[in-house]
Write a protein that binds this ligand. Structure first.
Ligand SMILES: *Cc1c(COP(=O)(O)O)cnc(C)c1O
Length: 375
């Protein structure tokens, strides 16, 4: 069985370090907002190249907290992508925002030309939540130009892209703030829910620290209607000791698999992501796009290889959105095509050489020459 995420192998590698971290926190008797969280926040900020990192409960809360700390007003519009984890839009809605969707490009990342068109048409939009989807960084130079030209406040959704860079610059460092998730399947996946917000702005960091902790600005004094969304000491210690030190080698392993797939799979008739020259992707997922997705999926499954669809339904088409107020600046037709043709192959860091070859072999056998590339 080749799984999409191999938590058993991960545990075999990290188990002793996790247990030592649990032991240390247990002995300390300090479980909430203490020195483990402070230490992990400093390490994370350093890794991501930002002045501040604030540990929170999960990635979705990080988006809500970021938008609120940056001053999003109730019922204010937020430009964003229709093709992502639903949590991206949920974070915007929870912060009181109204999502404005544009379409995506062939890689599934938000179409920055359409963003410019939308912002030119409607000068009142001040907030933008782009997603570095699948771990493939958006063009940060273009994001910075949009930010400058329209005085935008950007919250980068980096849930899938920790460590990714464009032109040598880390994602998560260009906007007003950024959100990271440590959901177990993410590149820096914890043993449960956890997340963080990044920012270079000390006042925004301070606001976020209050919001995550009941809106408290000092003991029992509540300045805002806050959340309970704290990263706990246990998870901070586990992230610091067992996970963060391994992120670089895990990313290297993901990149090696991606390089193999990218060389071999186009010959099998599926399209893969086209990387920009300056993009250093971290391959949270390895999507392929093809019209005979179900055929590919069942042939993989027959050989014991797991695959999954990210994502089968675009956000504006979700049932939950129907009674909600939102706008589509452009018809998200590309996003709909990707929703119908995308399939994610295993790319976790514990894949062996032989397993990579098996995935490639299964794709070539099942697809050539029937499957045409999509998009
Ligand atoms: C996982 C994910 C989130 C949400 O993170 P949680 O920690 O599960 O709340 C948000 N956006 C994207 C793009 C994600 O992949």
């Amino acid at each position: 069985m080749i799984e999409l995420n191999d938590f058993k192998r991960q545990w075999a590698e990290i188990g002793p370090d996790v247990l030592a971290a649990v032991e240390r926190v247990g002995r300390s008797g300090r479980y909430i907002l203490d020195k483990e969280v402070t230490r992990f926040e400093a390490e994370l900020a350093k890794l991501c190249g930002t002045a501040h990192a604030i540990g929170v409960g999960n990635g979705m809360d990080a988006i809500e907290i970021a938008l609120r700390a940056l001053g999003l007003r109730e019922a204010e519009r937020v430009l964003t992508t229709p093709f992502s984890a639903f949590a991206t839009t949920l974070g915007i809605l929870r912060a009181g925002g109204i999502p404005v969707f544009v379409d995506v490009d062939d890689n599934g990342n938000i179409d920055l030309d359409q963003c410019r068109a939308a912002l030119t048409t409607d000068r009142s939009i001040r907030f933008f939540v782009p997603v570095h989807l699948y771990g493939n960084p958006l063009d940060l130079d273009r994001l910075l130009r949009l930010k400058r030209d329209f005085e935008l406040t950007i919250v980068e959704d980096c849930a899938q892209a920790i460590g990714a860079a464009f032109h040598g610059r880390s994602v998560g460092s260009i906007g007003g703030a950024a959100a990271i998730s440590f959901y177990p399947t993410k590149n820096l996946g914890a043993l449960g829910d956890a997340g963080a917000m990044l920012t270079n702005d000390a006042a925004v960091a301070e606001g976020a620290r209050a919001l995550r902790n009941y809106g408290q600005t000092s003991s029992y004094l509540h300045q805002h209607i806050g959340l309970n969304s704290r990263l706990d000491e246990l998870h901070a210690a586990i992230l610091s000791d067992a996970l963060l030190p391994r992120l670089q080698s895990w990313t290297t392993a993901r990149r090696a698999t991606a390089a193999r797939y990218r060389a071999a799979l186009p010959g099998c008739g599926v399209r893969t992501i086209e990387l920009a020259d300056s993009a250093e992707a971290v391959w949270h997922l390895f999507p392929v796009f093809g019209h005979r997705r179900e055929q590919l999926r069942s042939q993989l499954s027959a050989r014991g290889i797991q695959a999954a669809i990210h994502y089968p339904r675009i956000i504006p088409d979700q049932a939950a959105m129907q009674p909600i107020s939102f706008q589509c600046f452009a018809e998200p037709q590309n996003a709909r095509i990707l929703a119908e043709t995308e399939l994610s192959l295993p790319i976790h860091p514990f894949l062996t050489e032989a397993e990579r070859d098996e995935v490639i072999a299964a794709c070539s056998r099942s697809l050539a020459p029937a499957l045409q590339s999509a998009g």
